[in-house]
Write a protein that binds this ligand. Structure first.
Ligand code: MLT
Length: 402
């Protein structure tokens, strides 16, 4: 009997579990401490009313024999796929077929599971810092090599994204196979223009690479020349897979619904990746509940759209409060404009975890240490705009008092 020894290579727990553990220990020692949590990017606003009433209606349908539903289709109900297609793509001039859209329970699971359809010997390129799922899942799958003293894995290709690079990765100097890109970026909150993204699409098409494009924070884009989907870029259909999520858009972190787009034109050695993913999902996944998919569909109604815009606007205000508050205090601050994340340089060259401890212990504010997102995140720190307006303002005041 053998285990998958790749798991033993991962020394730390999942980043957000580690943080939760530290905060819990502090709370146990200081039961009266009033902690403000701006660490994990979890939403706090309730689901839009349009979603709630669609879900209630769907629950009622499940109560009657003639409208009851059993297993959902593994790739999503047609009603949701066609609403996604029409509103998220066609409305932006992108033509997709409904069967290029796969509804799932989360962008996190899809970003991790997608590795199933790729060979283990592919070279994986990642931005640094990055959403830890991209690295951890590839380590588990056996693509990483060994962990080096500098915090990098030997077989991955790292693309530093720091203030020196304006938080954009440089095109790889060698051939890489799988490229993870996330824009608007988690954790830096920075994003990419259409022209810059075109360079990546061209690189991928020239080198036969596949871009795994995580657009989970698309709803926060405010600037004109920032792409909402990689498929707005010419040539992307032959080199990209896109992950989208209702979590941050419409408050579905606890409800779970997302989707992944794999165009039929995307082929590796003549094999359609769409067909492989369809096969993978049909085998390992039983679909998202009818109730949840009806809720997701309601986001695309007129009132749903309006309510989603209000919620996003609420978080965007928080982002501004944190961004300007910190800037006024003299911090170097990034992100926030097209993102719910604020990325700051720690003062006096403090290490990210040192800054985390200081905020927790001195002012009871929780954020996320930049180094948890990769070696190039050292000396940075992330705050999220997903808290309540009052608590967000208070967190800024508390940081000011330091
Ligand atoms: C984060 O805080 O980076 C996010 O919550 C991660 C996620 O969406 O899984």
């Amino acid at each position: 009997m053998k285990i998958n020894e790749n798991f033993l290579k991962i020394q730390n727990n999942y980043l957000f579990s580690d943080i939760a553990k530290k905060v819990k220990a502090y709370q146990t020692e200081n039961p009266d401490a009033d902690i403000i949590r701006l660490g994990i990017g979890d939403v706090t606003r309730p689901l839009p009313e349009a979603v709630i009433s669609a879900m209630k209606k769907a629950v009622e349908e499940m109560a009657h024999e003639d409208t009851f539903r059993g297993y959902p289709p593994e790739w999503g109900y047609d009603f949701l796929k066609s609403a996604i297609n029409k509103n998220d793509f066609l409305a932006r001039g992108v033509k997709l077929q409904d069967d290029e859209i796969f509804v799932s329970d989360g962008a996190k699971s899809d970003c991790g599971n997608i590795g199933d359809i790729f060979g283990v010997d592919n070279i994986v390129a990642v931005c640094d810092p990055l959403y830890p799922v991209y690295i951890d899942t590839n380590v588990m799958a056996g693509r990483s090599g060994e962990l080096l003293a500098n915090g990098q894995w030997s077989n991955f290709y790292y693309m530093p994204c720091t203030k020196e690079t304006n938080f954009l990765p440089a095109l790889p100097e060698k051939k890489v196979d799988i490229i993870y890109l996330c824009f608007p970026n988690n954790p830096t909150g920075m994003t990419i223009t259409k022209d810059e993204l075109k360079k990546w699409v061209d690189y991928a098409n020239e080198n036969g690479s596949v871009i795994l494009y995580d657009a989970a924070y698309e709803a926060f884009i405010t600037e004109e020349n920032v792409p909402h989907s990689i498929f707005e870029i010419e040539g992307a259909k032959t080199c990209a897979i896109e992950f989208r999520s209702f979590s941050k858009t419409a408050g579905f972190t606890g409800t779970r619904c997302a989707y992944t787009v794999i165009p039929h034109e995307l082929k590796v050695n003549g094999v359609e990746l769409n067909a492989l993913w369809a096969r993978r999902q049909a085998t390992k996944f039983n679909g998202v509940s009818y109730i949840t998919q009806r809720g997701a569909e309601a986001i695309y109604t007129e009132e749903g759209k309006k309510q989603v815009r209000e919620t996003i606007g609420y978080y965007q205000k928080n982002a501004k409060v944190i961004y300007s508050g910190l800037k006024d205090m003299g911090y170097e601050v990034f992100g926030a404009v097209n993102s719910p994340y604020i990325w700051l340089k720690t003062p006096d060259n403090m290490k990210s975890w040192e800054f985390f401890d200081m905020l927790l212990h001195k002012v009871q504010v929780v954020g996320t240490p930049g180094s948890g997102f990769g070696p190039s995140g050292e000396g940075y720190f992330r705050l999220t705009a997903f808290g309540s307006a009052d608590r967000t303002k208070e967190a800024v005041e508390r940081i000011k008092s330091l």
